[in-house]
Design a protein around this ligand. Structure first.
Ligand code: 2RA
Length: 338
Protein backbone atom coordinates (compact mmCIF):
# COMPACT_ATOMS: atom_id res chain seq x y z
CA UNK A 1 0.00 0.00 0.00
CA UNK A 2 1.42 3.39 -0.96
CA UNK A 3 0.15 6.95 -1.18
CA UNK A 4 0.14 9.50 -3.97
CA UNK A 5 2.02 12.51 -2.57
CA UNK A 6 2.33 16.01 -4.05
CA UNK A 7 5.08 18.34 -2.83
CA UNK A 8 4.10 21.98 -3.43
CA UNK A 9 6.95 24.50 -3.57
CA UNK A 10 9.33 21.71 -4.58
CA UNK A 11 12.10 24.05 -5.80
CA UNK A 12 12.39 25.95 -2.47
CA UNK A 13 14.70 25.20 0.49
CA UNK A 14 11.96 23.36 2.39
CA UNK A 15 10.43 21.58 -0.65
CA UNK A 16 13.80 20.07 -1.56
CA UNK A 17 14.39 19.06 2.06
CA UNK A 18 10.93 17.40 2.20
CA UNK A 19 11.80 15.23 -0.83
CA UNK A 20 15.17 14.36 0.69
CA UNK A 21 13.58 13.49 4.04
CA UNK A 22 10.87 11.33 2.42
CA UNK A 23 13.47 9.37 0.47
CA UNK A 24 15.75 8.93 3.50
CA UNK A 25 12.93 7.70 5.72
CA UNK A 26 11.42 5.41 3.08
CA UNK A 27 8.08 7.22 3.13
CA UNK A 28 5.41 4.84 1.75
CA UNK A 29 4.72 6.74 -1.49
CA UNK A 30 3.53 4.96 -4.61
CA UNK A 31 3.88 8.19 -6.62
CA UNK A 32 5.51 11.56 -5.84
CA UNK A 33 4.71 14.71 -7.81
CA UNK A 34 6.84 17.89 -7.58
CA UNK A 35 4.80 21.09 -8.05
CA UNK A 36 6.01 24.68 -8.43
CA UNK A 37 5.19 27.90 -10.25
CA UNK A 38 4.96 27.91 -14.06
CA UNK A 39 8.48 29.32 -14.43
CA UNK A 40 9.92 26.15 -12.81
CA UNK A 41 8.01 23.67 -14.99
CA UNK A 42 10.42 21.01 -16.25
CA UNK A 43 13.11 21.80 -13.64
CA UNK A 44 14.55 18.53 -12.30
CA UNK A 45 14.58 18.00 -8.53
CA UNK A 46 16.38 15.15 -6.73
CA UNK A 47 14.29 12.55 -4.98
CA UNK A 48 16.61 10.21 -3.11
CA UNK A 49 20.06 9.32 -4.38
CA UNK A 50 19.09 7.97 -7.79
CA UNK A 51 15.79 9.57 -8.83
CA UNK A 52 14.78 12.96 -10.18
CA UNK A 53 11.32 14.48 -10.55
CA UNK A 54 10.34 17.02 -13.24
CA UNK A 55 8.41 19.95 -11.75
CA UNK A 56 4.81 20.34 -12.87
CA UNK A 57 2.73 23.52 -12.82
CA UNK A 58 0.85 24.00 -9.53
CA UNK A 59 -1.67 26.34 -11.19
CA UNK A 60 -2.98 23.67 -13.58
CA UNK A 61 -2.45 20.51 -11.51
CA UNK A 62 -5.55 18.41 -10.79
CA UNK A 63 -5.33 17.16 -7.15
CA UNK A 64 -8.02 14.49 -7.68
CA UNK A 65 -6.58 11.14 -6.56
CA UNK A 66 -3.75 12.75 -4.53
CA UNK A 67 -3.73 11.40 -0.95
CA UNK A 68 -1.23 13.71 0.76
CA UNK A 69 -0.06 17.23 -0.11
CA UNK A 70 3.09 18.55 1.59
CA UNK A 71 2.97 22.26 0.94
CA UNK A 72 5.56 25.00 1.43
CA UNK A 73 5.19 27.77 -1.12
CA UNK A 74 4.57 31.34 0.11
CA UNK A 75 1.58 32.12 2.34
CA UNK A 76 -0.50 33.69 -0.46
CA UNK A 77 -0.05 30.69 -2.74
CA UNK A 78 -0.97 28.33 0.11
CA UNK A 79 -4.07 30.39 0.89
CA UNK A 80 -5.27 29.68 -2.65
CA UNK A 81 -4.08 26.14 -3.33
CA UNK A 82 -4.23 24.31 0.04
CA UNK A 83 -8.06 24.60 0.25
CA UNK A 84 -8.30 23.49 -3.42
CA UNK A 85 -6.23 20.38 -2.72
CA UNK A 86 -8.25 19.65 0.44
CA UNK A 87 -11.53 20.04 -1.49
CA UNK A 88 -10.23 17.45 -3.99
CA UNK A 89 -9.90 14.96 -1.09
CA UNK A 90 -6.24 15.22 -0.07
CA UNK A 91 -4.93 15.91 3.41
CA UNK A 92 -2.77 19.03 3.17
CA UNK A 93 0.15 19.54 5.56
CA UNK A 94 0.88 23.22 5.18
CA UNK A 95 4.18 24.86 6.12
CA UNK A 96 3.13 28.48 5.81
CA UNK A 97 1.79 30.71 8.61
CA UNK A 98 -1.52 31.22 6.79
CA UNK A 99 -3.66 28.55 8.51
CA UNK A 100 -1.78 28.05 11.79
CA UNK A 101 -4.09 29.97 14.11
CA UNK A 102 -7.35 28.81 12.47
CA UNK A 103 -9.22 26.98 15.29
CA UNK A 104 -10.33 24.32 12.80
CA UNK A 105 -6.76 23.57 11.68
CA UNK A 106 -4.58 21.37 13.92
CA UNK A 107 -1.12 22.83 14.59
CA UNK A 108 1.07 19.84 15.29
CA UNK A 109 4.49 18.73 16.49
CA UNK A 110 4.15 14.93 16.58
CA UNK A 111 6.25 14.49 19.76
CA UNK A 112 4.15 17.14 21.55
CA UNK A 113 0.45 17.09 20.54
CA UNK A 114 -0.20 14.22 18.08
CA UNK A 115 -3.76 13.84 19.41
CA UNK A 116 -4.66 17.15 17.70
CA UNK A 117 -4.43 15.30 14.36
CA UNK A 118 -7.80 13.66 15.06
CA UNK A 119 -9.46 16.94 13.99
CA UNK A 120 -7.83 17.23 10.54
CA UNK A 121 -10.99 16.52 8.51
CA UNK A 122 -12.71 19.77 9.57
CA UNK A 123 -10.75 21.72 6.93
CA UNK A 124 -8.60 18.98 5.40
CA UNK A 125 -5.54 21.03 6.39
CA UNK A 126 -2.92 20.49 9.12
CA UNK A 127 -0.48 23.31 9.84
CA UNK A 128 3.22 22.86 10.49
CA UNK A 129 4.33 25.38 13.16
CA UNK A 130 7.00 28.03 12.74
CA UNK A 131 10.55 26.62 12.87
CA UNK A 132 11.56 28.49 16.02
CA UNK A 133 8.37 27.33 17.78
CA UNK A 134 8.82 23.65 16.83
CA UNK A 135 12.23 23.20 18.46
CA UNK A 136 11.19 25.18 21.54
CA UNK A 137 7.95 23.24 22.23
CA UNK A 138 9.71 19.91 21.61
CA UNK A 139 12.15 20.83 24.40
CA UNK A 140 9.50 22.37 26.69
CA UNK A 141 7.02 19.48 26.51
CA UNK A 142 8.88 17.06 28.87
CA UNK A 143 9.52 19.90 31.34
CA UNK A 144 5.91 21.08 31.25
CA UNK A 145 4.64 17.54 31.97
CA UNK A 146 6.84 17.16 35.05
CA UNK A 147 7.23 20.67 36.43
CA UNK A 148 4.34 22.76 35.02
CA UNK A 149 5.83 25.70 33.11
CA UNK A 150 4.30 29.08 34.02
CA UNK A 151 6.45 31.46 31.95
CA UNK A 152 9.03 31.27 29.15
CA UNK A 153 11.50 33.96 28.12
CA UNK A 154 13.24 33.08 24.85
CA UNK A 155 15.81 34.84 22.67
CA UNK A 156 16.46 33.30 19.27
CA UNK A 157 19.52 33.25 17.02
CA UNK A 158 17.95 32.33 13.66
CA UNK A 159 19.86 31.32 10.55
CA UNK A 160 19.28 32.98 7.19
CA UNK A 161 17.90 29.80 5.56
CA UNK A 162 14.66 30.54 7.45
CA UNK A 163 14.28 33.47 5.04
CA UNK A 164 14.66 31.26 1.92
CA UNK A 165 17.29 30.71 -0.73
CA UNK A 166 17.65 34.42 -1.62
CA UNK A 167 18.42 35.19 2.02
CA UNK A 168 21.20 32.58 2.00
CA UNK A 169 22.55 34.09 -1.23
CA UNK A 170 22.50 37.56 0.38
CA UNK A 171 24.64 36.40 3.31
CA UNK A 172 27.10 34.79 0.89
CA UNK A 173 27.26 37.78 -1.46
CA UNK A 174 27.63 40.36 1.32
CA UNK A 175 30.37 38.31 3.03
CA UNK A 176 32.28 38.07 -0.24
CA UNK A 177 31.72 41.80 -0.95
CA UNK A 178 33.28 42.73 2.39
CA UNK A 179 36.41 40.69 1.64
CA UNK A 180 36.85 42.09 -1.88
CA UNK A 181 35.74 45.63 -0.98
CA UNK A 182 32.61 45.63 -3.20
CA UNK A 183 29.49 47.64 -2.24
CA UNK A 184 27.06 45.88 0.14
CA UNK A 185 23.68 45.17 -1.50
CA UNK A 186 20.65 44.73 0.82
CA UNK A 187 17.52 43.15 -0.67
CA UNK A 188 16.10 40.46 1.65
CA UNK A 189 17.33 41.93 4.93
CA UNK A 190 16.70 45.47 6.16
CA UNK A 191 20.29 45.81 7.42
CA UNK A 192 23.61 44.20 6.52
CA UNK A 193 23.51 40.56 7.67
CA UNK A 194 27.16 39.64 7.01
CA UNK A 195 29.20 40.09 10.24
CA UNK A 196 26.10 41.50 11.96
CA UNK A 197 22.92 40.44 13.85
CA UNK A 198 19.45 41.87 13.15
CA UNK A 199 16.74 41.98 15.86
CA UNK A 200 13.94 41.92 13.31
CA UNK A 201 12.27 38.89 11.66
CA UNK A 202 9.01 39.34 9.74
CA UNK A 203 6.91 42.53 10.00
CA UNK A 204 6.40 44.78 13.03
CA UNK A 205 3.15 44.48 15.03
CA UNK A 206 1.28 47.36 16.72
CA UNK A 207 2.71 46.51 20.17
CA UNK A 208 6.34 46.80 19.00
CA UNK A 209 6.96 43.06 18.73
CA UNK A 210 7.63 41.39 15.38
CA UNK A 211 5.36 38.81 13.79
CA UNK A 212 8.01 36.11 14.33
CA UNK A 213 7.91 36.89 18.08
CA UNK A 214 4.09 36.89 18.04
CA UNK A 215 4.12 33.48 16.32
CA UNK A 216 6.27 31.99 19.09
CA UNK A 217 3.81 33.25 21.71
CA UNK A 218 0.51 32.19 20.13
CA UNK A 219 1.72 28.95 18.59
CA UNK A 220 3.23 27.75 21.89
CA UNK A 221 -0.10 28.38 23.59
CA UNK A 222 -2.03 26.51 20.87
CA UNK A 223 0.34 23.52 20.80
CA UNK A 224 1.37 23.14 24.44
CA UNK A 225 -0.87 25.03 26.87
CA UNK A 226 -2.84 28.31 26.59
CA UNK A 227 -1.87 29.16 30.20
CA UNK A 228 1.87 29.41 29.49
CA UNK A 229 3.12 33.01 29.26
CA UNK A 230 5.79 33.56 26.59
CA UNK A 231 8.07 36.53 25.98
CA UNK A 232 10.15 36.24 22.78
CA UNK A 233 12.89 38.24 21.07
CA UNK A 234 13.78 36.94 17.61
CA UNK A 235 17.13 37.76 16.03
CA UNK A 236 18.63 36.90 12.64
CA UNK A 237 22.30 35.87 12.72
CA UNK A 238 24.85 35.28 9.94
CA UNK A 239 24.58 31.47 10.02
CA UNK A 240 23.38 29.51 6.98
CA UNK A 241 21.47 26.64 8.65
CA UNK A 242 20.38 25.91 12.25
CA UNK A 243 18.40 28.01 14.70
CA UNK A 244 19.62 28.47 18.29
CA UNK A 245 17.56 29.61 21.28
CA UNK A 246 18.41 30.74 24.79
CA UNK A 247 15.41 29.64 26.88
CA UNK A 248 14.53 30.64 30.45
CA UNK A 249 11.55 29.06 32.23
CA UNK A 250 9.70 29.45 35.54
CA UNK A 251 7.81 26.40 36.79
CA UNK A 252 5.08 25.56 39.32
CA UNK A 253 7.15 22.77 40.88
CA UNK A 254 10.74 22.58 42.02
CA UNK A 255 13.11 21.93 39.11
CA UNK A 256 16.80 21.12 39.33
CA UNK A 257 19.49 20.69 36.72
CA UNK A 258 19.43 16.94 37.32
CA UNK A 259 15.64 16.49 37.22
CA UNK A 260 15.44 18.62 34.04
CA UNK A 261 18.21 16.59 32.45
CA UNK A 262 16.34 13.34 33.24
CA UNK A 263 13.10 14.73 31.76
CA UNK A 264 14.89 15.81 28.56
CA UNK A 265 16.53 12.39 28.23
CA UNK A 266 13.17 10.59 28.33
CA UNK A 267 11.66 12.84 25.63
CA UNK A 268 11.25 11.72 22.00
CA UNK A 269 13.24 13.80 19.52
CA UNK A 270 15.36 15.60 22.15
CA UNK A 271 19.09 14.89 22.60
CA UNK A 272 21.03 16.26 25.57
CA UNK A 273 24.67 17.25 24.96
CA UNK A 274 25.75 19.09 28.09
CA UNK A 275 29.25 18.60 29.45
CA UNK A 276 30.26 21.90 31.12
CA UNK A 277 33.59 21.94 29.31
CA UNK A 278 35.05 23.17 26.02
CA UNK A 279 32.97 21.68 23.15
CA UNK A 280 30.44 20.22 25.62
CA UNK A 281 27.46 21.85 23.88
CA UNK A 282 25.92 21.90 20.37
CA UNK A 283 26.08 24.86 17.97
CA UNK A 284 24.03 25.47 14.78
CA UNK A 285 26.91 24.45 12.52
CA UNK A 286 26.92 20.98 14.13
CA UNK A 287 23.16 20.43 14.03
CA UNK A 288 22.77 21.09 10.27
CA UNK A 289 21.57 17.91 8.55
CA UNK A 290 20.53 16.29 11.86
CA UNK A 291 17.01 15.40 12.99
CA UNK A 292 17.24 16.02 16.74
CA UNK A 293 16.42 19.02 18.89
CA UNK A 294 19.64 19.44 20.92
CA UNK A 295 19.67 20.76 24.48
CA UNK A 296 22.84 22.04 26.16
CA UNK A 297 23.93 24.46 28.94
CA UNK A 298 21.23 23.26 31.39
CA UNK A 299 21.45 25.21 34.65
CA UNK A 300 19.23 26.46 37.44
CA UNK A 301 18.21 30.12 37.37
CA UNK A 302 18.47 31.18 41.00
CA UNK A 303 17.11 34.67 40.30
CA UNK A 304 13.53 33.26 40.37
CA UNK A 305 11.71 30.42 42.15
CA UNK A 306 11.82 27.12 40.20
CA UNK A 307 13.74 28.65 37.30
CA UNK A 308 15.89 27.00 34.65
CA UNK A 309 18.05 28.17 31.74
CA UNK A 310 19.07 26.11 28.73
CA UNK A 311 20.33 26.36 25.15
CA UNK A 312 18.41 24.69 22.34
CA UNK A 313 19.61 24.11 18.76
CA UNK A 314 18.02 22.41 15.76
CA UNK A 315 18.19 22.31 11.96
CA UNK A 316 15.41 24.74 10.98
CA UNK A 317 14.99 23.17 7.53
CA UNK A 318 14.63 19.65 8.97
CA UNK A 319 12.89 19.47 12.38
CA UNK A 320 11.86 23.11 11.93
CA UNK A 321 10.12 22.35 8.62
CA UNK A 322 10.60 19.31 6.35
CA UNK A 323 11.06 16.59 8.96
CA UNK A 324 8.16 17.78 11.09
CA UNK A 325 5.95 17.84 7.96
CA UNK A 326 6.90 14.29 6.98
CA UNK A 327 6.51 13.11 10.60
CA UNK A 328 2.95 14.52 10.63
CA UNK A 329 2.14 12.45 7.53
CA UNK A 330 3.73 9.37 9.13
CA UNK A 331 1.71 9.93 12.32
CA UNK A 332 -1.55 10.17 10.32
CA UNK A 333 -0.72 6.80 8.74
CA UNK A 334 0.29 5.26 12.09
CA UNK A 335 -2.98 6.40 13.69
CA UNK A 336 -4.98 5.16 10.69
CA UNK A 337 -6.42 8.64 10.15
CA UNK A 338 -6.21 8.77 6.34
C1 2RA B 1 12.47 32.35 9.70
N1 2RA B 1 10.74 31.41 11.06
O1 2RA B 1 13.43 31.80 10.27
C2 2RA B 1 11.10 31.78 9.76
C3 2RA B 1 10.96 30.67 8.77
N2 2RA B 1 9.73 30.00 8.90
O2 2RA B 1 12.55 33.37 9.08
Amino acid sequence: MGYKVAVVGATGNVGREILKTMAERGFPAKEVVALASSRSVGVEISYGEDKTLKCQDLATFDFTGTDIVLSSPGGKISAEFSPKAAAAGAVVIDNTSHFRMDPEVPLVVPEVNPEALEGWRKKGIIANPNCSTIQMVAALKPLHEKFGIKRVVVSTYQSVSGGGKEAMDELFTQTRAIYVNDPIVKEKFTKQIAFNVIPHIDVFMDDGSTKEEWKMVVETKKILDPKIKVSATCVRVPVFVGHAESINIECEKEITTESAREAFKEADGVTVVDFRQDEGYVTPEECAGEDAVYVSRIREDISVENGLNFWCVSDNLRKGAALNTVQIAEELIKRDLL
